[in-house]
Design a protein around this ligand. Structure first.
Ligand code: NAD
Ligand code: UDP
Length: 330
């Protein structure tokens, strides 16, 4: 089975390529490397000892993408390619709407042309908005607070409408919670360009001495210690969730949360990182970050019941693997 993985050189995509190859799938990666490096493809090959077909192509470019569809028989798509920085999406909304929506629609157009029926989409817990916890797939979605979140909600709508109009289509929407950690080899992981926006890459840069201290955004939330609570999931578990989703894909639209079901506060994560790696992470408490919610974690029972998938790795392993990868970055 050939799976087209868009954004396969990125953080989650690269780990998913490893999981797919290890499960016996063939992988064709399309990535324009706007937020990743080409040597990640070699690292995927090194970890798995398998071949990967790679195209440096922008998914919004119809001609280039068409040539991939006409060259290979594609059995299904996992669509990771997208821009993902929340703050940047507020400053550059058009770039975000264009990239994230046109990429999804272009893939749908070519799926129709080439009769590809299976489509797995990277969505996000952000589509729930500031909802009641734990977040369940059947909840009414509340409005998102930024263009990035809107692109996820809109892509979900577009895919749902397309699947409604063609009952032979199989669409799975995966709502990720907070992926962190890295492959145990230390070869692939999260290496954002510039100053990280997300908590774990910021922590690892502080631990490494590249940044002075972590700024914790608010300690007056109604949570266990006042700091924000999120559902952190090991990226290798998340990657395996995609294999389970692909194996179980059926006609219609199916939505799954991929998380652990457990909440961890910012301070708890900092403490776990310090204990796991025997290293200090200096921090200071600053104002809340606009648009942040207090607490967010998943109800994961649907994925367990229908996909037979459950996250296995705990916070300490996530912290160890994130640090192991960071130490390897040159
Ligand atoms: P990432 O930036 O590491 O990976 C995305 C990849 O897509 C990059 O390699 C980038 O070069 C590529 N890309 C972007 N636009 C492209 C285009 N037009 N054509 C071809 N390639 C393009 O991000 P990630 O963390 O691996 O996220 C993967 C997906 O999961 C994204 O859609 C993201 O929005 C979604 N997601 C991520 C998180 C998270 O916390 N990391 C949470 C929820 C959802
Ligand atoms: N956070 C923080 N300092 C940072 C980055 C994040 O205190 O430098 C907090 C943030 O307020 C939230 C949690 O860490 O409570 C997770 O933030 P992240 O940006 O990683 O994920 P998201 O907000 O998308 O859930």
């Amino acid at each position: 089975m050939n799976i087209l993985v868009t954004g396969g050189a990125g953080f989650i995509g690269s780990h998913t390529c490893v999981a797919l190859l290890e499960a016996g799938y063939e992988v064709i990666v399309v990535d324009n490397l706007c937020n990743s490096k080409v040597d990640t493809i070699d690292k995927i090959k090194k970890i798995t000892n398998k071949e990967v077909v790679f195209y440096n192509i922008d998914v919004t470019e119809e001609k280039d993408l068409d040539s991939v569809f006409s060259t290979h028989i594609i059995d299904g798509i996992i669509h990771f390619a997208g821009l993902k920085a929340v703050g940047e999406s507020v400053e550059k909304p058009l770039e975000y709407y264009y990239n994230n929506l046109v990429s999804t629609m272009m893939l749908c157009k070519l799926c129709k042309k080439y009769n590809v029926k299976k489509f797995v989409f990277s969505s996000s817990a952000t589509v729930y908005g500031d909802n009641e916890i734990p977040f369940r797939e059947d909840m009414k979605l509340l409005s998102t607070t930024n263009p990035y979140g809107e692109t996820k909600a809109m892509s979900e709508r577009i895919l749902t409408d397309i699947a409604k109009a063609d009952s032979s289509l199989c669409v799975t929407l995966l709502r990720y919670f907070n992926p962190i950690g890295a492959h145990e080899s230390g070869l692939i992981g999260e290496d954002p360009k510039g100053i990280p926006n997300n908590l774990m890459p910021y922590i690892t840069k502080v631990a490494k001495g590249e940044l002075d201290k972590l700024c914790i955004f608010g300690n007056d939330y109604p949570t266990i210690d006042g700091t924000g609570v999120r559902d952190y999931i090991h990226v290798v578990d998340l990657a395996e969730g995609h294999v389970a989703a692909f194996k179980n894909i059926t006609p219609g639209v199916h939505v799954y949360n991929l998380g652990t079901g457990k909440g961890t506060s910012v301070l708890q994560l900092v403490k776990a990182f310090e204990e796991a790696n025997k290293i200090k992470v200096p921090y200071e408490i600053v104002d809340r970050r606009p648009g942040d919610i207090a607490e967010c974690y998943a109800d994961v029972s649907k994925a367990e019941k229908e996909l037979g998938w459950i996250a296995k790795k705990g916070i300490i392993e996530m912290c160890k693997d994130a640090w192991n990868f960071e130490k390897n970055i040159k």
